[in-house]
Design a binder for this molecule. Sequence first.
Ligand SMILES: [Zn+2]
Length: 148
Amino acid sequence: MKSINIRLSNVNVSLENFSLNCIEKEVINLRQEIFEKIIKDIFASIEKLAIKTIRCTCGNLPVKNGKEKRTICTIGGKVTFMRSRMICKTCGANYYPLDDAIGMPSGIKHSVRTTEALLDLATDLPYAKTSRYVKKLASIKGKCPDNT
Ligand SMILES: [Zn+2]
């Protein structure tokens, strides 16, 4: 089984306010940072592999053509990351190897699990309430602000 080793740096926690409300808020923010770091490290490893094996549908090898920022909403929160863009010099086709590898085509904003959770909530609640509750619980919104 393939695996990667992810190192988490030291975590610095402010102890200026001892109220549970402040501690909870700080730890939730740290959880989000750590979650995003782990996802980004995993994505970087997957992208490295995907770039090595990508082939254009015309049969030629695409070449790197810069990087592009992308934001997706996962069940653990919003994740913003850089991904490589590649182009086939023969036919002009563009590729995002990471998008293909993780099964998140360009333009899709939510993971499948997130979409399912949002649909479950929206089935029982009005959209505005669903958005408000999800934001409180998972730091995500019905719509990702960076995906315009
Ligand atoms: Zn091509």
